[in-house]
Design a protein around this ligand. Structure first.
Ligand code: 5GP
Length: 221
């Protein structure tokens, strides 16, 4: 049995809604990218946002970039599983085919904030696994944000303020990790995903195996 195999016995199983959240700069994007590379079968939820595109971002890959009017129309049409205001912009998770994908036993990765994690939890209960990634210290977080050089000093100050607020929501998560070493943190994320995939409640096909196991018992009973 190989724990890195999402379906070691080929049992039918239900997928996992796998949420990664962190204050920006804590390393979540790097971990999410490593996870996607490591597990190409993972479906990635691409959010809609009204914030402007940053250099290097690709529309439809990093986000679907839309104007406020389009976003509002999507809210009115109930096209989002959840949405929230973040840094003065709106971000939303499209419903798309989330439930179909789950029933097919495929897992979906969400990079959303604590508000989104909370809303998804209310909606999807046992299907969701929430992982929160903390920076080792606030000083280190500022250094990482400055090194990233994608934001102005004012935006970095605002992100630092918001980080303190985000961290205060740590108890809304199933797992909380400190990212002081990206490889170790990534290993922990992979371990969590592997264990959650094996949870009995997700192994919807195990009952058939159990029945067969009992029927073929050597005592014939
Ligand atoms: P950024 O603008 O740096 O890409 O993202 C800012 C924050 O918005 C991050 O914490 C990210 O996780 C969060 N975010 C991205 N997409 C969504 C979404 O669809 N819903 C919610 N609630 N938060 C999101």
């Amino acid at each position: 049995m190989d724990a890195s195999d999402p379906d070691p016995h080929g049992f039918k199983r239900r997928g996992v809604l796998f949420v990664l959240s962190s204050p920006s700069g804590a390393g979540k994007s790097t971990i999410a990218r490593k996870l996607r590379e490591d597990q190409p079968e993972l479906v990635v939820s691409v959010s809609y946002t009204t914030r402007p595109m940053r250099p290097g971002e690709v529309d439809g890959v990093d986000y679907h970039f839309v104007d406020l009017e389009t976003f509002r129309a999507m809210v009115a049409n109930h096209e989002f599983l959840e949405w929230a205001h973040v840094f003065g912009h709106r971000y939303g998770t499209p419903k798309a085919q989330v439930w179909n994908v789950l029933e097919q036993g495929r897992d979906i990765l969400f990079d959303i904030d604590w508000q989104g994690a909370q809303q998804l939890h209310q909606l999807a209960g046992g299907d969701i696994v929430r992982v929160f990634i903390l920076p080792p210290s606030m000083t280190e977080l500022r250094i990482r944000l400055e090194r990233r050089a994608t934001d102005s000093p004012e935006v970095i100050d605002a992100r630092m303020d918001r980080a303190a607020n985000e961290v205060s929501h740590w108890d809304g998560y199933d797992y909380v990790l400190v990212n002081d070493n990206v490889e170790q943190c990534f290993d922990c994320v992979k371990t969590i995903l592997a264990a959650e995939r094996l949870k009995r409640s997700r192994q919807t096909g195990i009952i058939g195996f159990i029945r067969k196991l009992i029927r073929t018992s050597p005592t014939g009973e």
